[in-house]
Design a protein around this ligand. Structure first.
Ligand SMILES: *Cc1c(COP(=O)(O)O)cnc(C)c1O
Length: 392
């Protein structure tokens, strides 16, 4: 009920709303992706990389001090321990192997804060494939360290100079590149967004997270199903991965944390289910923050990875159907949670992930509840934001 259907829809959301010029590229992917990723040789190759290069399985860690504070059993799925410091590499490695099977010689990607750009540049360096990353000129100025990381890894970073010179403009430039190079180029999208089959393909590559949670929880607790799984949602890829193998187990509550920024009513927010309406963004129908006449509203969050005006179609459907429980978390609430987790567990989380921790205050927990929080990334990349907010 919560998986994509044959037409690429999750309930009312999804599909492939693309310009005619992209039809061939998308169609090639759609016709081939399932067959390729289900091949045994592909699974073995990806499995080896995930184990030896990424460091999987990532631990499922019982957070004793955090559990004591909240009076429930809390486990952390340590995606922050993946190579490059977050879950994104699970997807970029999967897609680059797929691109090779399709005989592509060149990779392009868009990036906002640079995290997906770095994960893509990493996979390209590993495979010896040419890599071009499109990034808004404004973001290039704001995210220097990640720009330099991509360059060290051998990627070319191209500045998008149109519009607001941020993520959506970089996405437009990447699309234009793909239209001009349909034969030899694969476009790696970084979250469960974009036209079908991207949301499903990315969800499948991230689904390793919940696959591991099930057997790891069985070893810890003697049961595969937690009472809650919590994750933050930007586009929604880490949440999709953490939820994937629990979607049909309706006794497991799926909690999604969105960034409220300065507050849902301030106009400085990225809380899409709260303030969005159905619309088309980046090739699929989903919930989108937009004006009365359908212009996309600039989102705001202190965390770059959640600063997105939409969510993937799977999440729009989880929200719409009531299967997912969506909470809005302000910058202030998330920052407080980040400091708490740092002090209680000795883990400085990414500010995106901090939003998931902050929902603990909003849940009505019982003492025998078992929770799994997807710790999507580590906080090193956010050090400057930590320093600027200060007060810890
Ligand atoms: C990019 C990022 C996110 C947000 O992306 P999703 O696709 O929603 O997972 C969350 N956490 C971290 C650490 C990230 O780097």
């Amino acid at each position: 009920m919560y998986q994509v259907d044959k037409r690429g829809y999750y309930g009312d959301f999804g599909g492939a709303f693309i310009p005619e010029m992209l039809y061939k590229n998308i169609e090639e992917l759609r016709e081939n992706y399932l067959e390729i990723i289900q091949e045994e040789s592909f699974q073995l190759q990806l499995g080896d990389l995930l184990r030896d290069y990424v460091g999987r399985p990532t631990p499922l860690y019982y957070a004793a001090r955090l559990s004591e504070v909240y009076g429930a059993k809390i486990y952390l799925k340590r995606e922050d321990l993946c190579h490059t410091g977050a879950h994104k590499v699970n997807n970029t490695l999967g897609q680059i192997l797929l691109a090779k099977k399709l005989n592509k010689k060149r990779i392009i990607a868009e990036t906002g804060a640079g995290q997906h750009g770095v994960a893509t540049a990493t996979a390209c360096a590993l495979m010896g494939i040419d890599c071009v990353i499109y990034m808004g000129a404004v973001d290039i100025e704001r995210q220097r360290p990640n720009v330099e990381r991509m360059k060290i890894l051998g990627a070319e970073v191209r500045a998008a100079q149109s519009g607001s010179k941020t993520l959506k403009d970089a996405t437009n430039e990447a699309m234009r590149d793909w239209i001009n190079n349909p034969e030899d180029t694969h476009y790696i999208i970084g979250s469960v967004v974009g036209p079908h089959p991207y949301p499903d393909m990315v969800a499948r590559f991230q689904a390793i997270i919940s696959e591991e949670i099930r057997w790891q929880l069985k070893a810890h607790e003697g049961r595969e199903l937690p009472d809650y799984v919590l994750a933050c949602v930007g586009g929604g890829s880490n949440a999709a991965g953490a939820f994937y193998h629990f979607l049909d187990d309706t006794e497991v509550k799926l909690v999604a944390a969105e960034a409220a920024g300065l507050g849902v009513e301030t106009g400085k927010t990225a809380a899409t289910t709260y303030s969005g309406k159905p619309g088309v963004l980046h090739g699929s129908k989903s919930l989108v923050m937009q004006t009365e006449d359908g212009q996309v509203i600039e989102p705001y969050s202190m965390s770059a990875g959640l600063d997105y005006p939409g969510i993937g179609p799977m999440h729009a459907h989880l929200y719409d159907s009531g299967r997912g429980l969506f909470y809005s978390v302000t910058d202030e609430e998330a920052f407080k949670a980040a400091i708490m987790v740092s002090r209680l567990e000795g883990i400085i989380p990414a500010l995106e992930t901090a939003h998931a921790f902050a929902t603990l205050d909003k849940l009505d927990l019982k003492s025998d509840d078992v929770l799994v929080i997807n710790l999507s990334g580590r906080g090193d990349k956010d050090l400057q934001t930590y320093i600027d907010r200060g007060g810890y």
